[in-house]
Design a protein around this ligand. Structure first.
Ligand code: PLP
Length: 405
């Protein structure tokens, strides 16, 4: 059968995965089905589909053919039994948490999860009497200690946003399972090309599909993969609460995913070259990239990731003023909050990933104000390096001028 991808490599799955059943009348591309309703002549068949006893679609808030193909493609890439999608990455995250937790439950996570996720932990879950303990992200002993005290969910992200910290997913999954907890991993930064958390022991893996999966910064989406049992529970929450992925967004994400493997490979190669360049630059204070041998958990990253991804961050000498001087001088970067696109984007966490947080909260999370988050695109590495070089030279000259005055 065409597109039968069970035994294929990731780069083949990105192209063919999940599509075959939905290619109509010889079409080579998945149709965008905008229809909200799906009709039946036979009311018994209708009822069977409605009860989920037979394959098919009833109503657009529940399922849709284009959306289904998107879910299938990600499911195959993550090696999962089931997948369900959401309107955004944040909807996927809140769908998992509010779909699985109840008052009195406890969640253990890390301090530098995505800014929006952090807000769910600090602002919204406590309102429903769910206790959240946020650990120092790099401190595996602390995460294990808190997990062993008892919790329903251990929620992890690796690499983290924006300082690219790495947590040992296999080690922490083992601890969590011994403590009877489920492990949820936000795999947005790594992508299924570079890391498969389910193979490392996680119960659920989720993505902001808005980022690398779509890859073109033109569609919002989220997706969660795991066992049939857990995904059904999360799907039920979403079908009732209504944060459904639109068919048009699903199509754009699907089209983007055709090149996921190529893009991520190029972005990972570019990011490695840039991280090495920045590490040697005298105006750069520190570079955060898991592919560097100087990264505290490079050994763990090497074990659990295939490549190290397209995200990096670095801090500049001269504080926030240097960031102010540096960023507008970049010619090959949108100064924008999105990431994972074919174009390079750059920005400080205080206007991007952690805009929701106060300066005090960012400091508590260990996010320096002079940090630049840099999402590497698929441009030629030499052009990006030259661009960084001239912008750094300018920012450096401004500090020297100030010192002279
Ligand atoms: C962007 C992002 C999210 C949120 O996704 P949206 O699609 O913007 O809702 C969650 N986690 C990570 C790591 C992200 O980068």
């Amino acid at each position: 059968m065409r597109g039968h991808v069970n035994h294929m490599e990731q780069g083949t799955r990105t192209v063919w995965g999940g599509e075959d059943e939905y290619l109509l009348q010889g079409a080579t591309q998945v149709p965008v089905v905008h229809s909200v309703g799906f009709g039946y002549h036979d009311i018994d068949e209708w009822q069977q589909v409605a009860l989920g006893e037979q394959a098919g679609h009833i109503y657009g808030r529940n399922t849709n053919p284009t959306v289904h193909v998107f879910e299938e493609k990600v499911r195959l890439l993550e090696g999962a039994e089931a997948a369900t999608s959401f309107a955004t990455g944040m909807a996927a995250i809140s769908g998992v948490l509010f779909g699985l937790l109840k008052p009195g439950d406890r969640v253990v996570s890390v301090k530098d999860s995505y800014g929006g996720t952090n807000k769910i932990f600090t602002e919204f879950l406590p309102r429903f009497n769910v206790e959240v303990t946020l650990c120092d992200t790099s401190n595996h002993e602390e995460i294990e200690r808190e997990t062993r005290k008892g919790c329903q969910i251990l929620y992890l992200e690796s690499p983290t946003n924006p300082t690219l910290k790495i947590t040992d997913l296999a080690r922490l999954a083992k601890t969590a399972h011994e403590a009877g907890a489920l492990v949820v991993v936000d795999n947005t930064f790594a992508t299924p090309i570079n890391q498969n958390p389910l193979h490392l022991g996680a119960n659920l893996v989720l993505h902001s599909a808005t980022k690398f999966l779509g890859g073109h910064a033109d569609a919002l989406g989220g997706v969660v993969c795991g066992s049939k049992e857990l995904v059904e529970q999360i799907y039920h929450y979403r079908e009732i609460n209504g944060a459904t992925l639109s068919p048009m967004a699903a199509y754009l994400l699907l089209r983007g995913m055709k090149t996921l493997s190529l893009r991520v490979q190029r972005q990972s190669e570019n990011a490695m070259k840039i991280a090495q360049f920045l590490e040697e630059h005298p105006f750069v204070d520190s570079v955060f990239y898991p592919g560097l041998e100087s990264h505290v958990h490079h050994d763990v990253a090497k074990r659990q990731m295939r490549q190290f991804g397209g995200m990096l961050s670095f801090s500049l000498k001269g504080g926030i003023d240097s960031v102010r001087n540096f960023l507008p001088k970049l010619h090959l970067a949108h100064l924008a909050a999105n990431l994972g696109a074919v174009e390079t984007t750059a920005g400080p966490p205080r206007t991007t990933s952690h805009v929701e947080c106060t300066p005090e909260e960012r400091e508590a999370m260990g996010i320096p104000e002079n940090l630049v988050r840099y999402s590497v695109g698929i441009e030629e590495a030499d052009d990006l390096l030259a661009d960084l070089q001239q912008a750094l030279a300018y920012a450096q000259s401004q500090v020297q001028e100030k010192a002279v005055l």
